[in-house]
Each structure stands twice: as structure tokens, then as C-alpha cells.
Design a protein. Structure first.
Length: 202
């Protein structure tokens, strides 16, 4: 199955769209997620103060390799994140056409790692709850992932960081033939080969 490889997002914003409207703190420099360069988007909190971020919306990888009519088979996202102190995810949702999915299959309370780490979410057959999706759907503006960070009040002031975000899309080329189409069921007589110059031995 072909895939795009991991492609960097080209847009990052901090948004208050549901379900991320329950946050209380915007991400600083969200546009920094478009390059793997140690310049981070971040959210921080002061002493004895908890924080829940709004959504970090990461969109628009260059997926020109996919044709509009290709069938999408799965999505995988890579987010490079870390935290000083205690930070957890709450929501992790796919975005298509600018619309945040209501599917909760990748929501998680997992902790952010303590050092910058590439966290891969999804896979070759993981549609994130979506139905039929085409290349045109993911090539249009507004495709990507959105997630948040929840920072606890203790033990000390701390922050969560995101350096870069990528998307990998798995797809089937439009018009591609399956094995059954290439080798259709044939009867035994169709496989039979004539014997040429056969001699009977006495």
C-alpha cells in the first residue's frame, strides 16, 4: 500500500472550537509547529496554578502525491512534544475540511514525555472513525490534527511544548487492479495445456 511518508504541516493555530472550548490558555507561537527546528509552540502555568490549553490545530501538509480520486485507507500523525512537569493530553482529533471530528478513538489521558519525542498516532488501516474518504478530501485546505495539553498545578511551574507535527496518509491508487482482477477465476479447462508431439511409449 503506498503512503505519503511523514509530511510536515504548514499551518498551526490555537483555537477555542468545541471540544477545546473548555480550555483557559492559548498556545504561544502555534505556527512554530511547521518546522522541526527546536522552535516550539508552548503553553505554561505559574506556581500552584493548573492550565488546560485550547486546541493546537495543525493543518495542511503538502499531499500533492495523492490524486484526487485515490481512496484513503488510513491516517497516521506524528507530533513531537515534551513537557517540564506534569502534562497530559485530553483530546486528539482528526480535522478534515476544517471540521474537527467528534470521533473519540484517539482521545487520551497519556502523559507528555519529559524529553522531545516523536509520538505516532494512527496507522495504515486507521480511519479515525471516518467513512469513505478520497484524495481530494485530504488535499483540500483544513486537513490535519488538533490536540491539547492539561497541566497540573503541582509540583511546580511547568510547560508543555510542541516542536513539529507531521501527517502520513495511506492510500489506494484510483483504478488500481486487485489480485482477483489481475488473475480472475479460471476453469480447469482454461488452464489445460495441449500436448504437442505426444508419443505413446509401449
Amino acid at each position: 500500500m503506498p503512503d505519503t511518508g511523514f509530511v510536515l504541516m504548514t499551518s498551526g493555530t490555537s483555537v477555542t472550537t468545541s471540544p477545546f472550548d473548555g480550555g483557559n490558555t492559548h498556545w504561544t507561537a502555534p505556527g512554530n509547529i511547521t518546522a522541526d527546528d527546536a522552535a516550539d509552540a508552548d503553553i505554561g502555568t505559574g506556581p500552584f496554578s493548573a492550565a488546560l490549553s485550547y486546541g493546537l490545530k495543525c493543518l495542511d501538509p503538502n499531499l500533492a502525491v495523492i490524486a484526487d480520486a485515490d481512496t484513503i485507507d488510513g491516517f497516521e500523525f506524528r507530533i513531537q512534544v515534551y513537557a517540564s512537569g506534569t502534562s497530559n493530553y485530553q483530546y486528539r482529533r482528526i480535522v478534515v475540511g476544517g471540521v474537527i471530528s467528534t470521533n473519540t478513538s484517539h482521545d487520551s489521558a497519556a502523559a507528555y514525555p519529559a524529553v522531545a519525542t516523536n509520538v505516532d498516532i494512527g496507522g495504515a488501516a486507521d480511519m479515525w472513525g471516518r467513512g469513505a474518504t478520497t484524495g481530494a478530501d485530504v488535499k483540500a485546505a483544513g486537513f490535519g490534527i488538533i490536540f491539547d495539553a492539561s497541566l497540573s498545578a503541582l509540583p511546580s511551574p511547568h510547560s508543555a511544548y510542541c516542536d513539529a507535527v507531521w501527517a502520513k496518509v495511506y492510500y489506494t491508487v484510483a483504478g488500481g487492479l486487485t489480485a482477483a482482477q489481475i488473475w480472475p477465476a479460471l476453469s480447469a479447462s482454461q488452464f489445460a495445456m495441449p500436448y504437442i508431439g505426444r508419443e505413446t511409449m509401449s
